[in-house]
Design a protein around this ligand. Structure first.
Ligand code: ADP
Ligand code: MG
Length: 556
C-alpha cells in the first residue's frame, strides 16, 4: 500500500499522546518500522544513551523515492487506510506518527531504497524541516539516523536518566524484539561495543541463550498450545529456575511486546504453589489471536492491548503454562553418591551443588505407591517405589498434607475448632493490632477467636485444631506478620493455611515410628501437589533405578 495521510475520521479515532519519551522510544519505533518492512536483518547502533545517536539499518522493503517526504508527514502511513483497518491491525505501526514525531525533536537522516527504484533517496531533516534531499545509490533497505535527540528541548533532556540507564532501556527494547522475532538477525552496538547479536535462525532458545545465557536456555520448558480461539507458544522456566523480580517475563501478543497485568496473573497462577515467596519465573510467551480479538489502539506507545475476550485469553495462557510445567523435573537438587563413611558417621546423605549427577525428572505428576524403608537423621524418610528410591523431607511433606487439608476445610466451611480451657493472653504491638483489626474476619474463618482485653492485650479463646498443641502466641504473631506483608501476592487464605501448616507439621529431627511414616507417605500420595511444600520447596528427591545403576557402574 502506498503511504497516504489518514482521513480525519480515522485520525480522530487514534489514541493521541507522546510517542517519543526517551531514546529507547526512538529505537522501538524505528525497529518496528523495519519489522513491518519485512526486514530479515536489523542493525542498531546507539551512542551516549541514544541521545547523541541512534541509527537503525534494515534490509526491508524500503521507501519509494516518491514517498520519502510523505513518510515524515503526520498521520501518513502505508499500513492502514480506513476505519475497518483499525479494527484488525496486522502491523506493529499504524498511526503514521513515529517518523514525524522523531524528526520534530532531533536531526534525522533517512537513506532508503525500495525495489523498483533504480537509485535510493537521501534526506536530511532538522526539527522537522527538510534541509537536504538528493538521490544516492544503495541496496534495498532503509537506514534512519537520529542525532541530538531533544537537543533543542532542554527541558525534555533534563528528564532523561543517566546515559547508562538510557542505554539499558535500549538494550532491553532490542532484546524484547529479538525474543519476539527469532527469525530476524539483530545486532546492537552500544557506544561502539557489540551488546547483542542474534543469528536469525528462527530458534527462540538460541535467542534466549544470547540474552540470558546457556543455563537458562537449556533449562527452559517449551510452551505450546492451540485451540480454536488462539495459539500460545514460547518458553517458561521450571520452578527450580527463578528470579527475584518480574523483569524476566515477556509477553507478546501477535508478536507485539506488551505490558499485560492479565497475562502476568495467568502466568503466576500457573506457578501457584510451586515457587518460594518472593521468587518469580522467567517466561517468554507469545499469544497469537485473530487481530479483531485485540485492540492495540489504547495507548500512544502501543505497549498495551485490550482483549475482547479476557477470560478466554487468561484461560488459554494459564493452561499452556501449566501444561509446560508438568514436564518440569521434580527437584533440581543434585545428589552426590554417599560414601560409606558419611553414611555411617553422619547418618545423612550429602547434598552438594558441585560434581552433579542430575536427578531424573518424573514423568507423571502424581506419586506412585511407596514402601517405607526407614528414616535417616530423624529428618528424611527413605522409601522405595517402582521408579527407584525416594528421599522425603518429613517436615515439607507433612506441611503439604496439612496445607491442603486446612484449605479444603476452610473451603467447605468445616474448619475444626478447639476451645481453650484456659484462654491465652497476648500483648500486640500497635502495628500488629492494626493487622489484627484488618484481618479479624479472616482469622475467625480459620477458627481463631481473639478478643480485646484492655490496652493492647488480647484473649485467645479458640484456635484451629491443627495448631492446638503449638506455641499459640508465636503462631498468632507470625500469622499477623505474614498477613501484613505487602510484597507477597499470595491470597490471604493461603497465607493463613501456609502459616498454620508450617507450625503444626512434624519437624525435622523428630524420630518417627514405622506406622507414622507409612501414614505420612500414604497421605502424601493423596495430595494434589505432593512434590512441593506450600512454599515451593521440594518435598522429595528421587533417584531412579537407572540412575542407581549408572552410579554403581552397572550401565554406562
Ligand atoms: P507507521 O509505522 O505508523 O505507519 P511511521 O511514521 O513510523 O508510521 O512511518 C511512516 C511510513 O513510512 C510507514 O507507514 C512506512 O510506509 C514508511 N517507513 C518507515 N520506516 C520504514 C522502513 N524502515 N522501511 C520501509 N518503510 C518505512
Ligand atoms: Mg512506525
Amino acid at each position: 500500500m502506498p503511504i497516504k495521510v489518514l482521513v480525519p475520521e480515522v485520525i480522530s479515532k487514534i489514541a493521541a499522546g507522546e510517542v517519543i519519551e526517551r531514546p529507547a522510544s526512538v529505537v522501538k519505533e524505528l525497529v518496528e518500522n523495519s519489522l513491518d518492512a519485512g526486514a530479515s536483518q536489523i542493525n542498531v547502533e546507539a551512542q551516549g544513551g541514544g541521545i547523541e545517536l541512534v541509527k537503525v539499518t534494515d534490509n526491508g522493503a524500503g521507501i519509494p523515492a516518491s514517498e520519502v517526504e510523505l513518510a515524515f508527514c503526520r498521520y501518513a502511513t502505508s499500513k492502514i487506510s480506513n476505519l475497518a483497518d483499525l479494527e484488525s491491525i496486522f502491523s506493529l505501526g499504524f498511526r503514521g506518527e513515529a517518523l514525524p514525531s522523531i524528526a520534530a525533536v532531533a536531526e534525522v537522516e533517512v537513506f532508503t531504497k525500495a525495489s523498483p527504484d533504480i537509485v535510493g533517496t537521501y534526506m536530511y531533516l532538522r526539527k522537522g524541516d527538510i534541509i537536504r534531499k538528493e538521490s544516492r545509490g544503495r541496496a534495498q533497505g532503509t537506514t534512519v539516523t537520529v542525532r541530538r535527540l531533544f537537543h533543542y528541548f532542554p527541558v525534555r533532556l533534563k528528564f532523561l536518566k543517566s546515559v547508562n540507564r538510557e542505554s539499558s532501556h535500549i538494550a532491553n527494547i532490542l532484546s524484547q524484539y529479538a525474543l519476539a522475532f527469532p527469525e530476524v538477525r539483530f545486532s546492537l552496538l552500544l557506544d561502539k561495543r557489540l551488546s547483542l547479536q542474534t543469528t536469525g535462525n528462527g530458534d527462540l532458545r538460541d535467542v534466549v541463550n544470547q540474552i540470558y545465557g546457556l543455563e537458562v536456555a537449556q533449562g527452559m520448558l517449551e510452551v505450546k498450545a492451540r485451540d480454536t480461539f488462539g495459539k500460545v507458544n514460547g518458553l517458561v522456566s521450571p520452578p527450580s529456575l527463578t528470579r527475584s523480580n518480574r523483569n524476566y517475563i515477556s509477553f507478546f501478543v501477535n508478536r507485539r511486546w506488551v505490558y499485560s497485568p492479565l497475562l502476568m496473573r495467568a502466568t503466576e497462577e500457573a506457578y501457584h504453589g510451586l515457587l518460594m515467596d518472593g521468587k518469580h519465573p522467567m517466561a517468554i510467551i507469545n499469544i497469537s489471536l485473530p487481530p479483531e480479538e485485540i485492540d492495540v489502539n489504547v495507548h500512544p506507545t502501543k505497549a498495551q492491548v485490550k482483549f475482547r475476550h479476557e477470560q478466554a485469553v487468561f484461560a488459554i495462557a494459564e493452561e499452556a503454562v501449566k501444561r509446560a510445567l508438568t514436564r518440569a523435573p521434580i527437584a533440581k537438587s543434585r545428589v552426590m553418591p554417599f560414601p560409606a563413611t558419611s553414611w555411617s558417621h553422619q547418618g545423612s546423605w550429602m547434598i552438594k551443588e558441585k560434581e552433579p549427577i542430575s536427578i531424573a525428572p518424573l514423568p507423571a505428576p502424581d506419586l506412585p505407591v511407596l514402601r517405607v524403608m526407614g528414616q535417616i537423621a530423624n529428618t528424611y524418610i527413605v522409601a522405595e517405589g517402582p521408579e527407584g528410591l525416594y528421599l522425603i523431607d518429613q517436615h515439607a511433606a507433612h506441611e503439604r498434607i496439612l496445607y491442603e487439608r486446612i484449605l479444603a476445610q476452610w473451603l467447605k466451611k468445616e474448619v475444626e475448632v478447639q476451645g481453650l480451657l484456659q484462654p491465652i493472653t497476648i500483648e500486640l504491638s500497635p502495628s500488629e493490632e492494626q493487622n489484627l483489626e484488618a484481618n479479624e474476619e479472616n482469622l475467625t474463618q480459620f477458627g481463631f477467636t481473639i478478643e480485646p482485653f484492655g490496652g493492647r492485650n488480647y484473649l485467645i479463646r479458640t484456635v484451629p485444631v491443627v495448631v492446638a498443641k503449638a506455641n499459640i502466641p508465636e503462631v498468632v504473631n507470625i500469622l499477623l506478620g505474614n498477613l501484613a506483608s505487602k510484597d507477597n501476592p499470595t491470597p490471604w487464605e493461603e497465607k493463613i493455611a501456609q502459616s498454620l501448616a508450617c507450625h503444626s507439621a512434624i519437624k525435622g529431627g523428630q524420630q518417627l515410628g514405622n506406622e507414622e511414616m507409612r501414614e505420612l507417605i500414604r497421605q502424601l500420595e493423596q495430595a494434589k501437589q505432593p512434590r512441593t511444600c506450600p512454599h515451593g520447596r521440594p518435598t522429595m528427591i528421587h533417584l531412579s533405578l537407572h540412575q542407581l545403576e549408572k552410579e554403581f557402574g552397572r550401565v554406562s
